[in-house]
Design a binder for this molecule. Sequence first.
Ligand code: DCP
Ligand code: MG
Length: 384
Amino acid sequence: MSEQRTVFHADLDAFYVAVERVLDPSLIGKPVIVGGLGNRGVVATASYEARKFGVHSAQPMAIARRRCPQAVYLRGNREKYSEFSKRFFKILDDFTPVVAGVSIDEAYLDMTGSDRLFGPPKVVAEEIRRRTWEEVGITVSIGIGPSKLVAKMASEEAKPDGVFEVLPEEVEAFMAPKPVRALPGIGPKSAEALATLNIETLGQLAAHPVGPIRRALGPNSAGWLQLRARGVDNAPVRERAKSKSISAETTFSENVDSVDEMSNVLRRLSERVGSRLRRSGMHARNVGLKLRYPDFTTVTRQTTLHQASDGDDAIAGSVQMLLKKAMRERAGSVRLLGVSVSGLGEPAAQLSLLDDTPQKDSAISNAMDKARERFGESAVKRGG
Ligand code: DCP
Ligand code: MG
C-alpha cells in the first residue's frame, strides 16, 4: 500500500521535575513532587524516586503527602516549563520539518527517509537525546516505530532516559503480550468490558471474533480497536484527532462568589488556552465554559464562533457571554472554573475580507505570547 514510515515519539522524562532540577541541582536524586499545594491540589508530576512510593500525576496531593512525606514539594513554574519546552521543540525542528507537538513535553516526528541525511533511526534518536541533554539539561526518551501508535507505545518502553525501536516485522510480537490498557484509547471501562470476554491482552483482542467486541464496546470502535491492537495505524504525523480540545481550569482553595473575580480568572484561562492553541497552529470553532458549584454540581456551556479563531479575545469574549448566561441560570459561588476550545482545524486559507477582527485578534495575541515569554504571564495584560 503505502511506503514504510519511520515515526519517533519523543517525551521528556518527569518534565516539570527535570526543569526544577536544572534550576536547583540539589533536588537531583531526591523524591520531588510538583503540583498544587493547597488542600485541593493535585500532583502534576513526580520524580521517578517518588513514583516508587505510588505517587503519580493527577493524584490528590493529600494522598501523595501520605505516601511520600519525605519528598520535596514544589508549586511549579509554568513560564519556566514553557521556556524549556520551546527549547526542546527547537531541537526537534532541526531533524525533520514534520513535527507534531502533542503536549508541552511530547512530540511525534516523521523521520521517514531521513536515514540518508542523518543515519539509522537509532543513531538519530541518540543524537536528539544528546542535544536535548546538552542544550536543555533534561533527559528525553524516544520510541521508534512504523506508526504513531507503535512509536508512542515504544517510548513507554524506552522510559526513562532511553531509546526503544520496534521494527515493522516486530510489531505484532511487540503488541500481543501487552495488557489491553496499554493501548491508547482503551480506558478502565473498556478494559472491564473486554475482561468479561476473557480478553486481557492485545493479542487476544486482535484474535477475538468481532461480534462480541462490537456488543461490548460499541459498533464504531470495535473493528478499529482490533486493528490498533495489531499495531495498525495509518494516521499521518500532522493530523490531529478530530475530537481534540484544549482546556485549562482552576480549582479555588476557597469558593469564589465575586463575578468580577470569576471574569478575571476566566480571562487568564482564556489566554492560556489561546496561547496553547496558537502553538498548535490550529483554529478553534467552539468555545466552552465549565463551572463547578460548591455542591459539586458541574455545568458546561458551549458556543460556536462565527469564524474559527485562535485569538484570546474571541475565546475570552465567548467565555464572558457564557458566564453571564450561566450566572443567570444559577447565581452564587463556584469552586472551579474552566475554559476549553474544540472543533480544531487548520486555519481557513482565506479569512473574510469584510471582517478583519479574527486576524487582528490573532496577530495581537501572537505578539502577547512573545511578550509573555519574555516578561512572564502576569506582566502582560490586554486592555478590556
Ligand atoms: N502534567 C500535568 N498534569 C497531568 C499530567 C502531566 O500537569 N495530569 C504535566 C507535568 C509533567 C508534564 O505535564 O511533567 C508532562 O507530562 P508527562 O505525562 O510526559 O509526564 P512526565 O514528563 O512528568 O513524566 P514521564 O517521564 O512519564 O513522561
Ligand atoms: Mg514526559
